[in-house]
Design a protein. Structure first.
Length: 335
């Protein structure tokens, strides 16, 4: 059985029209984590190959299948791999998440420049060239912003709320990090630790590490503008991810500032309550027996002390490991 018989005629046509990739060492690595929500990967490859070939850029494209149940995607990629030597495909033995899939691709990428894409076409013609041109202007990471947005009002509302919360908690002003078209220097991804769902916040984490980031407008693909409604658990996880990012962004190196303020608030509230009851008892205004308010005051003081102590433990951990962690990047060395 040939590779072509494994895929649809539409996919085969896209592969046939795509220009070949040079077998020389690539200057650009295109990384595509493939999940359950993927589209025609042959068409995605054809779009990338067309733009890169027109710019005479040697590139490779790495697809990482997140799990072993992506049979349709695997069929498409087998066909691509048989025709295009620049296509490299990896499959994880179970579902680990996009962060792990992206790390797998980063560890095997050979290009000095990295382009990340979603497993479906989010952008219109010419978008890849625009982000690469912006990267050559001296930035370390360039984020594509779909403009004008063709999505429904509900999608736009979700995106706006998400970006307002992210901007408020981190201070980084980006408008469309949900578009996974990012161009960056290879050292950016290698400097950022990824786990869980932090892959969606790579531009913000890059800013935290001192990299220069920019956002450029690109046309949106009309086929990508469909209504997306998720389960309530997905929205809760996204909110928790934003809160986790805010904590990592602001308090990783100084946990006592977070736990200390929280502990001081609890302790202060408890002191006010118990102080009020103590004065009232001395003035014979009220008795302390069977007063739930007294129990609340004591509980708040205990929680305040414990919370502040947690911050102190965190400071000790940071102090003992500060030499092992590097949250900075040396840009140039001048002799």
């Amino acid at each position: 059985m040939t590779f072509e018989s494994l895929i649809s005629s539409e996919v085969a046509g896209a592969v046939a029209e795509a220009p070949a990739v040079s077998e020389a060492i690539p200057t650009l690595s295109v990384l595509v984590p493939v999940t359950e929500s993927h589209d025609d990967l042959g068409r995605l490859y054809a779009r990338v190959a067309e733009e890169m070939t027109s710019r005479d850029i040697r590139f490779e494209i790495l697809f990482v299948l997140d799990g072993c149940n992506l049979r349709q995607a695997e069929k498409q990629l087998r066909a691509l791999r048989g025709k295009c030597p620049g296509v490299r495909v990896y499959r994880l033995n179970r579902v680990f998440g996009e962060s792990t899939a992206l790390q797998t691709a980063v560890a095997r990428a050979r290009g000095r420049t990295i382009l990340t894409l979603a497993p479906y076409v989010q952008f219109g013609p010419g978008a890849l060239g625009k982000v690469l041109d912006a990267l050559s202007d001296g930035y370390d990471l360039v984020v594509a912003r779909r403009e004008p947005r063709l999505d429904s009002w509900f999608n736009l509302l979700q995106s706006r709320v998400f970006h307002i919360l992210t901007r408020w908690l981190t201070g980084v002003r980006l408008s469309d990090i949900n578009c996974k078209l990012w161009a960056m220097k290879a050292e950016v991804l290698r400097a950022i630790p990824l786990y869980g769902d932090l892959h969606q916040f790579i531009p913000i984490l890059a800013h935290k590490h001192g990299f220069r980031i920019a956002e450029v407008p690109v046309p949106q693909n009309a086929g990508n503008a469909r209504l997306r409604v998720y389960r309530p658990g997905a929205y809760l996880r996204r909110f928790l991810d934003i809160f986790t990012l805010a904590f990592l962004f602001n308090f990783t190196a100084k946990p006592l500032r977070f736990f200390g303020v929280l502990g001081a608030g609890l302790l202060g509230t408890g002191l006010v309550i118990t102080g009020y009851l103590g004065v009232a008892r001395l003035l014979h205004m009220t008795a302390l027996a069977d007063r739930p308010l007294l129990l609340l005051g004591v509980l708040l003081m205990a929680l305040g002390i414990q919370t502040a102590s947690l911050g102190l433990v965190g400071e000790i951990i940071v102090y003992t490991n500060v030499r092992k962690s590097e949250e900075y990047v040396v840009e140039t060395i001048l002799d």
